[in-house]
Structure formats: structure tokens, C-alpha cells
Design a protein around this ligand. Sequence first.
Ligand code: COA
Ligand code: AMP
Length: 637
Amino acid sequence: MSSSYRETYQSWKDDPEGFWQEVAGEIDWIEPWTKVFDEQSGPYGRWFAGAVCNTCYNAVDRHVMQGRGEQPAVIYDSPITGAKRTMTYRELLAEVTALSAVLTDNNVAKGDRVIVYMPMVPEALIAMLACARIGAIHSVVFGGFAAKELATRIDDAKPKAIISASCGIEPGRIVAYKPLLDEAIELSRFKPDCCVVLQRQQQECSLIEGRDIDYRASVDAAISSGRQIACEPVLATDPLYILYTSGTTGQPKGVVRDNGGHMVALKWSMHAIYDIKPGEVFWAASDVGWVVGHSYIVYAPLLHGATTILFEGKPVGTPDAGTFWRVISEHKVAALFTAPTAFRAIKKEDPEGEFIGKYDLSCLRTLFLAGERADPETIRWAEEKLKVPVIDHWWQTETGWTIAGNPVGLGALPVKHGSPTVAMPGYDIRIVDDAGHEVKTGTLGNIVVKLPLPPSCLPTLWNADTRFCEAYLNEFPGYYKTADAGYKDEDDYLFIMARTDDIINVAGHRLSTGGMEEVVAEHPDVAECAVIGIADAMKGQSPCGFVVLNKGADRSHADIEKEVVALVRQKIGPVAAFKTVVPVPRLPKTRSGKILRKTMQQIADGVEWKMPATIDDPEILNEISAALKERGMGRQN
Ligand code: COA
Ligand code: AMP
């Protein structure tokens, strides 16, 4: 099939508002917009201004009304607990309505925030939809974050309620969520009125009287009393959710997603990019705590009337490297979306792909990868073993959907390994130098997007318009700074090479080295530190902390290292995957005192590096090499 991508992209370019207006026809609106794009409102404008809608209605109710009531909406498959459960759209509606009633009864109303701190259980998805139904703004916090991170988000979002669970399950250990929740509320200055807590049989928890509500008991009571809660009309420009993501400091950025533009872009993406028809099964093997989970476990498949898989497990070890193939064949998955790291984990366990041969994967049409750079070797392995197109695509928490991709539904373009292909409609992508001038084809530069951003992209940061402008708009006036660096080739294919800030990508998870440095520096024996991301064969990158110890620190280095690792785990959480601390006598700096992190990274990765012209004392780099060599890291010659 030839691709209609070029005509589609051109039709957007010729008439951006006309393009999105037509696409918006796929959504049911309560009242139409007064302006498709209102450039006067918000830091750079707002989509579908004046329109009234409800995201839950579009994701659930309308499918029941249009005859999809008995179709599976959600398949929960949990190899880590052995549980499996299929929920039809009708059942999903009943659960969502009941939880909406519980929230309403606890005074949660339109515009109030609700934090969702849950493992990968259907109730997490139900909680998000229940908030959407009543116009409350959810903020999901990934379960791998520690109490302090949760507390920071509570203080920023000021939630009326928190929906949580007694525990999550990681291989070999139960993660007790309730003590983390209680500690976070203890730590935060702002206190929620109530917590709705799901008791999981693997480990129940005690509830605090007057504050905690038993999820199941209250939802069951709402179901048996037949409570009906209608979908609350909200403005298209009202926030649907806030999702915190790593910034350059320990203070995360609250990415705001609106209701209208989000629905429009996501619904379009399901057929144009992912080539999925309503009724088909779509699986995003991610976590609802990340943006991929928000968009492609929850909202997009449901807006499209597809069936979504909610998978509680890992690509390996639950129970083996064949788990993904079992899920695909058992539930007839048409497209899988995951991070390359999942495939690297599988390839490491089963390099020959022997498990693949044990399952009938004829239902699988496409594999989509995102979240980190897809290395050509992993792509080739997946192509060869699965015998389906493997499609890399590039996006960010800020956008909520693809910036550059290969729109399979419009007819796939030729794949070039190492490139997520081309700009999607809505994105006018330019590569510029630090002064904002466009660079030549093939030249590495800052990747920026001409404003306005398309529907679904963040209109601002939660309660932080100024920070939004500072972080994204001010450096390149008229453009959104992606903070990724890369280049375009002669066919306009993009290549995403690195971040331009101190964000690192560990197993597809976005982490701030600045945030880690803030924690490492808290250790009483640490005088100075630098955290960098070093190459990791499985996770892409892993954090490594270089510490200069205080003069008086006479304790064993091994003890201090262990304490620093424990401190990061305790303050940020296990997701930081912070396991390496290297004591060094000094940190390399420029003459103006800037730490030379990039050079340290090149030394640690064992790649070629050049002596920075601005370095204060070149000898320090030899000290770094020696400290790494002692641990078997860096170049061993
Ligand atoms: N709750 C509590 N702890 C969690 C958690 C959660 N929801 N998720 C991860 N963790 C913990 C892990 O148990 C691990 O703890 P450990 O240090 O005690 O072993 C730590 O956080 C680091 O997790 P991770 O980096 O994910 O490593 P892993 O070894 O557990 O798994 C992969 C590695 C590659 C299998 C896994 O990251 C994966 O499946 N990634 C691909 C899918 C994905 O998540 N994509 C996200 C964006 S698309
Ligand atoms: P997150 O906001 O967690 O989705 O992380 C976004 C960042 O992940 C981007 O800014 C990129 O640095 C990286 N990223 C995501 N997808 C890709 C991809 N397909 N190729 C290269 N990098 C990617």
C-alpha cells in the first residue's frame, strides 16, 4: 500500500485549523467550539476554545450506547499474581460510575485534584476515568516513586482525595503502598480530605478512621444502590489530568493535559498511526504512571472503542521471556507498544527467540517502540524474530502522543533503522543551532517545534505559566524547545540523538540527574557530587554518582557508598535505579566552575573524548579515569 502521509501532512500544513476541525468530528461534543484555535488564550493559545465535552463519555458511555456494551474494554492480565479479568464496556461503565459516586459523596467535584497512586490494576484505570467523569483532575503517580516524591506532588497538586492500594507486586517482593502513602501525607504540607484504598489480597493494610475509605466496599455499595452519576460537562480547555515529569531540578514539572485537544489527537492516532480498528485489541506494555500508560493503556484505545490490555508483570521473569508472546496470542493483540528496553531484556534471556516459536502470533501486525532511542540492533532482532514491521516513534510526556513517527494507518513509509521517521501532522519540526538558526540537513542541532503545538500537547504547566515559558518557549522565540538534540536527513527523517539537558533515560523511564544530585548532596559526608547517565546494555542508561567526600570523612568508602545508594532509593524511589557511587578526589570543572559532566560521561562510556578547552585542571580527568578503572568501568587501557 502506498502511503498518504505526504498529502495528509501537506493538508495539515495548508490549513492547520481545518485539519484539526475535521479530525474533531470523531469526538462527541456537548457544545461545539467558538474557535478551533484561540491564539489569545494561554501562553501560546488553546485548542477548541469554548467547546464543551466529557472524556469519560467519549471513552466509555458512548460505546455502550452504540452497541459495544458487551465487547471487552479492558483485559487485565497479571502473571505476577496469576489473576486475569476481562471487563466489558458495560461493566467498565458500572465500575466507573460507582467510583464517581464515591468521589462525589466525598465532596470531590469539578476542578478538584485527585492523586492516583496505584499499581497496575484495573482500578487504576477506573480511577482515572471516574475523575474524568466528574470533571476532577487526576494526577497519577508511578508506584516506583518514594514517599517524598509523592509528598512533593501532593503539595503541588493539592488533591482533595487520593486513590491508592494496599500494595503493588514486584518480582520477589511486595511493595507496601500504604506506609508510603501515609508517610507522604505526613511529609506534605497540604493534606487531602480522604484516601480511597483498594485492599489487595497479597497484603492488606490498616485504614485510618475518618480519613481512609475501603475502595471495594464503597464501590460495591454504590453499585448495589444503583447510583447514577452523569458525565459532567467540562470545557475542552479544562484540564483532564496533571502528570508530573522530571525537570532539571528535584521539583517535577506538572504537565497539564486538556480534555478536548487530547481526545482529538489520540483518537486520530489510533487509526492513522497505529492502524487499529474499533473492536481490535491494543496493548501498551507500560505503566499507567507514565505518559505512554495514560495515552495508550487508558485513553486512546478506549476513545477508539478498542480493547486495551492492562498487564501487571515484566517482560522477563513473570514467569519467563515468553510472557509477551503468551499475552499476544491469548488475547489476539493486533499491535504491541513498548519500550526498546523490554526487548533488550527479552533478547538477553532468549537470544534465539525460542519462546516466540511456541506461540501463534499471527494476530500481531505491528510492534511500536518509544520512550528511548531504539537501537538498530534491537530493532533488527525484533524484526527478524517477530516478522512484523517494527516502528520506532518519538514523543514526550509533554506532547502525549507522537511527534515523529511512521503512520502505519496512512500506509507505512520505508523504515530507516535509528530514525523514528517523520513529523506527524501538527508538528513543524526544525533543527536549529544555539542561536536559533536552522542548520543544514544532516547537521546535529536542537530540535524545536514551531508554535502552536498541536492538540493534546501541554498548554502550560500546572499553576506555573512562567516556568512553562522559561522551560520551553523563551530560549527559541516562536518555538517549543524539545530539549532533544538530533538531525534530519535528506528525506526529512529525524534522528533523535541525545537530551540537551540533564535528563537521563533509564529503562524507558525519564529521570533527572539534577534531582538525584540534590539527594546525594544531602549525605553528611558528601562535599560535592555529580550524577551522570552512563551507557547500560539493557536499560539504555543507568545513573552513576561521582562524590567528593568531606575532608573529615574517615569512614569506610564502601559504607558511605551504600548509604548514598540507600538515600536515593529512600528519597526518590527504586525507579531511580541508582546503584553506583564512585568516590573521586575532585570533580572536573571549567574555569568558571561548571562541572564537565559530558566529558565524564564519555570517559565512563569508554568513547573517544576531547580535552575541553575551558578545563581548569586537566589532571582531574586522569583521576576520574583511574577511579573508574578501579571498578572495571570506563576504557580499560
Ligand atoms: N512499584 C515499585 N517499584 C517498582 C515499580 C513499581 N511500579 N516499577 C519498578 N520498580 C522497581 C523495580 O522493582 C526495581 O527495583 P530493584 O532495584 O529492587 O530491582 C527498580 O524499581 C528499577 O526498575 P526498572 O528500572 O524498571 O528495572 P527492572 O529490573 O525492574 O525491570 C525492565 C527492567 C526492562 C524489565 C522494565 O523496566 C521494563 O519492562 N521496561 C519496559 C516497559 C516500560 O516500563 N516502559 C516505560 C515507558 S514506555
Ligand atoms: P518521556 O517524557 O518520559 O516520554 O521521555 C521523553 C524523552 O524520551 C524524549 O525527550 C527523548 O529524549 C526520549 N525518547 C522518547 N522516545 C524516543 C525515541 N523514539 N527515540 C529517541 N528518544 C526517545
